[in-house]
Design a protein around this ligand. Structure first.
Ligand code: SAH
Length: 396
């Protein structure tokens, strides 16, 4: 039988030679063999020389995602075990041997496993499969995850699955059944999360380092405003760091209920930790109009831009909240502002913050830059994996 293969147009092999793991449909010159969604396809240059072996996604613009650049490497159980073990060793290295309670074991393309995310919450794994290739190997992947966890819950409910021709799916995948809520510690703070209903796999694990930075910055802050608080991650960090009062604003009532439960879990009294169900854009305006001010403001909004084309409109939304926040900062007040839109590049985000300070007539000093934690590594061959960025500063 003829080998399933994509032969690329001349010159279109360049990104693969740099080990970028995506093959765009427009780069394909011709196809041989039977291409089955999710199953193996060889990727060859126009002359027929081997470039990589990947999983086909014939319905997607990304027609194949690379499993390996080594011709001799087979895709089988051992392959997955190896990739997982590499990912695990990387985390051990970056965490100095002491793994956190909740962390990301597999970060998709950046761990050589396109379309697969595996987060661990103590002994439970929550995974997300978003590519036809990872779907094809679902059973072997589950078997591998069980080397690291007692039970797996699947949260394959991301829209990007549709582009791969896959239906959304959630539910127990293998092993022990996940308890209703999982409890874990981060930076000395206890959290409960609900991987069945919560955002992502239940918690924004990518902000671990930034929450620690907020904890350190909060000492001496009388009033903290935590915008887009979700289940209170930054707010609890601020309270634990010594903040007098934290106001958590989010549009999701269940997220805020969880934030309150988390505060209670940590013995933080209600009069120091308040929640408010509101639209942040409106709430910041109300604060401005009523001349409220804060010593520390956190802005951690959802993704405003999905694609590069949306970056400009997103920039206006980022500008809006950052400008308002600058105005609400007391002298000496600190700002932690984030963007998790990969389409929003560092430089543009920096410009947004600069111009927000300028328009607010704030003498604002940037004091640092933050990003996703080390358990969300970015492959040097896959810059798309870098999405989270933060800027910290002080209004003089
Ligand atoms: N900082 C959080 C994660 C924030 S995720 C953490 O560390 O865990 C973004 C949050 O913004 C979500 O909880 C979502 O409910 C909320 N959100 C989205 N749009 C909003 C809006 N316009 N006003 C208020 N909250 C909003």
């Amino acid at each position: 039988m003829e080998e399933p293969a994509f032969f690329l147009k001349e010159g279109r092999e360049k990104s693969l030679l740099r080990r970028h793991p995506w093959v765009f449909s427009g780069a394909i010159l011709r196809t041989t063999g039977k291409i089955v969604p999710g199953s193996e396809v060889a990727i060859r240059n126009a002359k027929g020389e081997f470039l990589a072996r990947g999983a086909a996604s014939p319905t997607s613009q990304i027609a194949a995602r690379v499993w390996t650049f080594e011709e001799s490497e087979n895709i089988d159980r051992a392959f997955f075990r190896n990739r997982f073990e590499k990912a695990f060793q990387l985390r051990r290295a970056v965490f100095g041997g002491k793994l956190p309670d909740a962390w990301r074991l597999v970060n998709a393309e950046s761990d050589g496993l396109p379309g697969l995310i595996v987060d661990l919450y103590r002994n439970f794994a929550v995974c997300q499969i978003s590519s036809a290739g990872a779907e094809h190997w679902r059973e072997q992947i589950a078997e591998t995850i069980l080397q690291y966890a007692d039970g797996i819950y699947e949260r394959s409910d991301v829209d990007s699955r549709r582009k791969e021709g896959l239906a959304l799916r959630t539910g127990p995948l293998a092993g022990a059944e996940l308890p209703e809520k999982i409890e874990f510690e981060e930076n000395g703070i206890l959290f409960r999360a609900d991987p069945r209903q919560g955002h992502k796999t239940g918690f924004y694990l990518d902000q671990r380092m930034s929450r620690k930075a907020v904890m350190e910055a909060a000492s001496g802050a009388n009033e903290v405003l935590n915008c887009f608080s979700y289940t209170g991650g930054f707010g609890l960090a601020a309270a634990k760091g010594g903040a007098g009062h934290v106001l958590n604003v989010d549009s999701s009532a269940p997220a805020l209920a969880q934030a309150e439960e988390n505060a209670e879990l940590n013995g933080i009294p209600r009069d120091r930790f308040e929640t408010r169900e509101a639209d942040v854009f409106q709430f910041l305006r109300q604060c401005r109009d009523s001349l409220r001010s804060f010593d520390l403001i956190i802005l951690d909004p959802p993704k405003f831009a999905e694609t590069a084309a949306q970056a400009e409109r997103a920039a206006r939304a980022y500008k809006d909240i950052n400008l308002l926040a600058m105005k609400l900062l007391r002298p000496g007040g600190k700002l932690f502002t984030f963007s998790c839109s990969g389409a929003m590049k560092d430089e543009l985000f920096g410009k947004v913050v600069d111009s927000a300070a300028c328009d607010a007539k704030a003498d604002f000093r940037i004091t640092g830059f933050l990003g996703q934690g080390p358990d969300h590594p970015v492959s040097a061959a896959f810059p798309e994996g870098r999405y989270l960025k933060g800027i910290t500063g002080i209004r003089l």
